[in-house]
Design a protein around this ligand. Structure first.
Ligand code: AKB
Length: 338
């Protein structure tokens, strides 16, 4: 008998760490974690299985099909925006072909156990592409259907995978005599910049926020790679985990769409610096903008409109900016470097 489990890919990444930490609080939930990299043993030992492997390894994915009865897939594996710009072909393979492999695994699993497989996909504000700062400022809170003109490989990957998920969920094999449901129940959230107090980001272009706070907590100087006035939306990790679990549990009939904006607070890098210096007086925070990375951040919206998520599945963040800093980021990060 195959064991009913939840599969998490990219498990040793920032979101993976937070999600598995949350999941393994529930003794009834069996988590199978997959990543190229290992993670801290404490977290690994709380999983039913930790598989060191590659989402591009189709033999491994076939083995997973034979070994486990997978009812939900949290597909977190991805190369983020800055990293993907340096290795666009690899990014396409991992972000697109990897995702298609997992969608096909969900389809196959559903055929085996006869139930839809919930496929949770972290998309990103990187799917947006505002042409210039004037338009960005005028656009304000961007809705899901606006400005889907990504300017990075990562953004293109996320945008395409959103469409792949919509296709498999609603249009798969639409020309066949008896169109059968693919059994893939794809649900995506477009995350803003995520900030974790527990893990450090890698390879993203919104990473300056977390880097700034973690550097200040360690008493290290930090030169921010975007200018003070650069503004994008953010969310702290506990809210990102909440959003993924909440959309996963939402009744399918409540979902008017398959891709949702979610956000918590929007902030300039300068405002971020002010809060960090207030918490860590004497912290040496400077700005040394990287023109190209700033160029990417400038194409991302100042804010996003998450009305649909609020209406369809009751989304609302626990942490606004004040609570995020006062009750989560500053105390937890300070403790981490004590
Ligand atoms: C990145 O910076 O690439 C990510 C994102 C905004 O999706 N953090």
């Amino acid at each position: 008998m195959r064991k009913p489990v939840v599969l998490v890919t990219g498990a040793s990444g920032e979101v993976g760490y937070g999600l598995i930490d949350k999941f393994t609080e529930n003794p009834d939930l069996e988590v199978v974690a997959l990543d190229l990299k290992s993670t801290d043993p404490k977290l690994r030992d709380r999983c039913h299985a930790w598989i060191k492997g590659d989402i591009l390894d189709e033999n491994l994915l076939q083995w997973l099909v034979s070994e486990y009865e997978i009812h939900a897939i949290y597909h977190l594996a991805a190369l983020l925006s800055t990293r993907a710009e340096f290795t666009p072909d690899t990014a396409h393979k991992v972000n697109v072909e990897g995702t298609l492999n997992l969608i096909k695994l969900a389809h196959e699993q559903s055929r085996w156990h006869g139930n839809p497989v919930r496929f949770l996909f972290p998309s990103s504000i990187a799917v947006y592409g505002l042409p210039d700062l004037k338009t960005k400022a005028a656009a304000g809170r961007v809705r899901e259907q606006d400005w889907n003109l990504p300017t990075t490989m990562y953004g293109c990957n996320k945008c395409y995978c959103e469409q792949l998920g919509r296709y498999y969920t609603s249009f798969y094999q639409q020309l066949s005599a008896e169109p059968l449901s693919s059994g893939v129940d794809f649900r995506a959230v477009r995350f803003p910049g995520l900030i974790s107090a527990i893990t450090m980001p890698s390879g993203g272009t919104s990473d300056y926020a977390a880097e700034m706070i973690h550097a200040a907590a360690q008493g290290e100087p930090y030169a921010c790679f975007v200018p003070e006035e650069a503004r994008i939306p953010f969310m702290v990790m506990p809210d990102a985990i909440k959003a993924l679990i909440q959309i996963a549990e939402a009744p399918a009939d409540n979902l008017r769409q398959r891709v949702y904006n979610v956000t918590s607070f929007s902030m300039t890098a300068g405002e971020m610096r002010d809060r960090v210096v207030a918490a860590f007086p004497g912290a040496e925070m400077t700005f040394k903008p990287d023109v190209k990375r700033t160029g990417i951040v400038n194409t991302w919206p100042e804010e996003v409109d998450d009305t649909c998520a609020r209406e369809d599945w009751g989304w609302s963040p626990e942490y606004g900016a004040d609570r995020a800093f006062a009750e989560y980021l500053i105390p937890t990060i300070s403790q981490r470097y004590e």
